[in-house]
Design a protein around this ligand. Structure first.
Ligand code: GDP
Ligand code: IMO
Ligand code: MG
Length: 428
C-alpha cells in the first residue's frame, strides 16, 4: 500500500497542481476528491502551459487512471471542454473517469451563485461563480442530481422538475430574474449523460482495490485548509473539505489507508476573494510579490491579494491536516527583498498574545500580526537544484519555517516548471 495526499495549506493557489504533476509521474492512480471547476491548477512543462480546473493535474503524466471522486461537484460542460482541450494538444483522455456518486452542477446552481453574490454587494464572498456552493447545498439538502442520474432519463426528469420549480420561484420572486427553461436543461443534461456514460464508474471499488493491490495512489486536493468549510475563515470559505480528512469522505477511503500527507505552502501568502488576511500587504511589498510571482487567478484572472507568510495559520492547517511532509513553493519570488517578515503570533486589541488561530473571523480582522524579520537574499535562485547551493539566508528562512512547525520541508520549489525543484528527500 502506498498512498499520497497533496493539499493546500493556505488560501489556495499554493502550487498544488505543479506538485501533483511531479508526483503523478510515478503514480498509478490520481484522484480528485472535492471542489470542482472553481480550482485552477497550472502546470508548466517546458514551453507548454496547462491549466486544469476539474480534471486531476495527474492527467498530464500519470500512466494510470485519473479519477474525479464522489466528493467533487462536476460541471459536465466544463468536463467535456477540458477533455477536448487535452485531446487537441495530443494527450489521451481515455483514463479519465468520474465516480457515479459525484454531484452534478446544474445551470440553476451557477445562476444562484451569481445572484447571491450580486445581492450581497460589499459583503459578498467573492466566489468563483461556478455554482459550487449551491451544488453542495443541494447535496446536503438531499435533492442533488448525481452522475448516475444522468444515465436514467426518468430519474433525471423527476429530480430536475422538483429542483427547478423551487429554484425558479427563487429567481422570479426573490431576485426578480427570469425562470430557466426545463426542456432546454433536460435535453442538455441527457446529452451530457450520453457523452460521459463510458467514464462513469464506481471509483470507491476501483481505488480501494488499487490500494489493496499495492498500487501507488495520489489524492489531489483543490482549494486549501484556510478555505475549508469547517476550519477555514468561515464564512469566507468554499463549500467543501479540502483537508486530508476530506479524502476519506470525498473518495470513500478509510483513514487507515492514508500514509503520506503532503502539505503545500507558498513562501509567502496570497488570497483571492474576500475575507480576513492578517498578513496582507496592501502596499508596494504586496505589489512586488504580485508582479514577480505573477499572482493572478488561474480560474478568474483576478489579482491575488499578497502578504507575508503566516505561521500561525500554517500551524493550524498542518495540525488539522496531520502533515507529514511539507513543500514550500515560490521561494524564488522572495529574492531581492532586503528583509523578509514572517508572522509568528497575533496581538489582540487587549494586547493579548495569541499563538493559535481563531474561529472568529471578525476578531481575526482586528488582530495585529507579530513578525520576526529575517535577512533577505539577492540573485536568481530559479536554476538551483541543491539545497546547499541556495544563499545562506534562503536556507535559514526554510529552516525557520521547519523549526516553527516541527515538520520537515522535503521539497522547495524555485520556479513554475515541473523541473524547478530542490528535492531534499525522495518520497518514492
Ligand atoms: P494551485 O491552485 O495550488 O495548483 O496553484 P495555481 O496553479 O493556481 O497557482 C500557482 C502559480 O504559481 C502557477 O502559476 C504556477 O505555475 C506557479 N508556480 C508554482 N510553483 C512555483 C515556483 O516555485 N515559483 C514560481 N515563480 N512560480 C511557481
Ligand atoms: P485552487 O484549487 C483560490 C475561493 C474563492 C472565494 C471562495 C469561495 O486553484 O487553489 P467558491 O467558488 O469555491 O464558492 O468560492 O474560495 N476559491 C479559491 N481561491 N484557489 C482556489 O482553488 C479557489 N477555489 C475557490 O475565490 O473566495
Ligand atoms: Mg489555483
Amino acid at each position: 500500500m502506498s498512498t499520497y495526499v497533496v493539499v493546500g495549506l493556505q488560501f489556495g493557489d499554493e502550487g498544488k497542481g505543479k506538485i501533483t504533476d511531479v508526483l503523478s509521474a510515478k503514480s498509478d492512480f490520481v484522484v480528485r476528491y472535492q471542489g470542482g471547476n472553481n480550482a485552477g491548477h497550472t502546470v508548466y512543462a517546458g514551453e507548454d502551459k496547462f491549466v486544469l480546473h476539474l480534471l486531476p493535474s495527474g492527467v498530464l503524466q500519470s500512466k494510470g487512471k485519473c479519477i474525479i471522486g464522489s466528493g467533487v461537484v462536476v460541471n459536465p460542460q466544463s468536463f467535456l471542454d477540458e477533455v477536448e482541450k487535452l485531446e487537441s494538444r495530443g494527450l489521451s483522455s481515455k483514463n479519465i473517469f468520474i465516480d457515479r456518486r459525484a454531484h452534478i452542477i446544474m445551470p440553476y446552481h451557477i445562476q444562484l451563485d451569481h445572484y447571491r453574490e450580486e445581492a450581497a454587494g460589499k459583503d459578498s464572498i467573492g466566489t468563483t461563480k461556478r455554482g459550487i456552493g449551491p451544488c453542495y447545498e443541494d447535496k446536503v439538502a438531499r435533492v442533488g442530481i448525481r452522475a448516475i442520474d444522468l444515465l436514467n432519463p426518468q430519474v433525471l426528469a423527476e429530480k430536475l422538475k422538483i429542483n427547478l420549480e423551487i429554484k425558479n420561484a427563487l429567481f422570479e420572486k426573490l431576485y426578480d430574474k427570469p425562470a430557466l427553461d426545463y426542456d432546454e436543461i433536460y435535453n442538455n443534461y441527457i446529452e451530457y449523460g450520453e457523452k460521459i456514460k463510458h467514464r462513469i464508474i464506481d471509483a470507491v471499488v476501483e481505488v480501494n482495490d488499487a490500494i489493496d493491490e499495492g498500487k501507488t495512489v495520489l489524492f489531489e486536493g483543490a482549494q486549501a485548509l484556510m478555505l475549508d468549510i469547517d476550519y477555514g475563515t468561515y464564512p469566507f470559505v468554499t463549500s467543501s473539505s479540502p483537508s486530508t480528512g476530506g479524502v476519506c469522505v470525498g473518495a470513500g477511503i478509510p483513514p487507515t489507508k492514508l500514509e503520506n500527507l503532503i502539505g503545500v505552502s507558498k513562501a509567502y501568502c496570497t488570497r483571492v476573494g474576500n475575507g480576513p488576511f492578517p498578513t496582507e500587504q496592501d502596499n508596494e511589498i504586496g505589489e512586488q510579490i504580485r508582479e514577480v510571482g505573477n499572482e493572478y487567478g488561474a480560474s478568474t484572472g483576478r489579482p491575488r491579494r499578497c502578504g507575508w507568510l503566516d505561521l500561525v495559520a500554517l500551524k493550524h492547517a498542518c495540525r488539522i491536516d496531520g502533515i507529514t511532509h511539507l513543500v514550500i513553493t515560490k521561494l524564488d519570488v522572495l529574492s531581492g527583498f532586503e528583509t523578509i517578515k514572517v508572522c509568528t503570533a497575533y496581538k489582540t486589541e487587549d494586547n493579548e498574545i495569541k499563538q493559535n488561530f481563531t474561529a472568529s473571523t471578525t476578531k481575526l480582522d482586528d488582530y495585529e500580526p507579530i513578525y520576526e524579520e529575517l535577512p533577505g537574499w539577492k540573485g536568481d535562485i530559479c536554476g538551483i537544484s541543491r539545497f546547499e547551493e541556495l544563499p545562506k539566508e534562503a536556507q535559514d528562512y526554510i529552516h525557520f519555517i521547519e523549526e516553527y512547525l516541527g515538520i520537515e520541508i522535503y521539497l522547495v520549489s524555485v520556479g513554475p516548471d515541473r523541473s524547478q525543484n530542490i528535492i531534499r528527500k525522495e518520497l518514492f
